[in-house]
Design a binder for this molecule. Structure first.
Ligand code: F6R
Ligand code: ZN
Length: 194
């Protein structure tokens, strides 16, 4: 019993997070997303090809626990870096269930959380240690690491939410975060389709 025990769905459980590096003592799965996976989501796909000539790498990964009929919760770690001028970012997605809200809690690093709904309503909120962002189910969400260390945050959402990545692949996010003069700026995405 106690830390690290396997999780049955309908009994109380507990684990531990190392707040210095985001590692969970126990998790059901680890997903690594590489630069090559991000090509359809990047504002500058040619920049992706250019970097891939010298090899692929993990841009971000997440570790999570899945409680069927309950919540999925875990930690995302986005490594620092650029894809052309664009800061490292997650693919971003809508939840298939519009009533499946999500909460992000910043642990370490410096980031921005971009959110938009299908009417084109758009928000950008900082995500850093101690920041809590509530994401209503109808809002697509993407996180961007604008710092020089890994961006680490916790997330919690209903296990039946489902993910729609295709809409983001097809239409993109309205805005992207680029580095100009060493600083992040929010600009219109040239590849965004209404
Ligand atoms: C789950 C969620 C996060 C993201 C993770 C990676 O609904 O919002 O756990 O899944 O930060 O981002 P994506 O899934 O967009 O590659
Ligand atoms: Zn989500």
């Amino acid at each position: 019993m106690g830390f690290g025990r396997g999780f049955d769905s309908r009994i109380p459980t507990q684990t531990l997070i190392d707040l210095t590096n985001g590692m969970l003592l126990r998790y059901d799965r680890n997903v690594k997303v590489k630069l090559s996976d991000l090509k359809p989501f990047a504002s500058d796909p040619k920049a992706v090809d250019e970097i891939l000539k010298t090899g692929d790498h993990v841009v971000y990964e997440y570790y999570e626990n899945v409680v069927e009929g309950g919540f999925i919760y875990g930690v995302t770690i986005i490594y620092p870096g650029l894809i052309g001028e664009e800061y490292n970012f997650t693919r971003g997605h809508y939840h298939l269930r519009g009533d499946a809200d999500e909460i992000y809690i910043g642990i370490k690093g410096k980031g921005l959380l971009l959110m938009q709904d299908k009417r084109g309503d758009f928000y950008s909120y900082p995500i850093e240690r101690g920041y809590i962002v509530y994401i209503p189910g109808e809002y697509a969400h993407r996180t961007v690491n604008i710092g020089e260390e890994p961006l680490i945050f916790l997330y919690i959402y209903p296990a039946n939410a489902g993910h729609d990545y295709e809409s983001i692949k097809m239409k993109g996010f309205k805005k992207v975060i680029l580095r100009r003069d060493g600083k992040p700026i929010l600009v219109d995405n040239p590849r965004y389709r209404e």
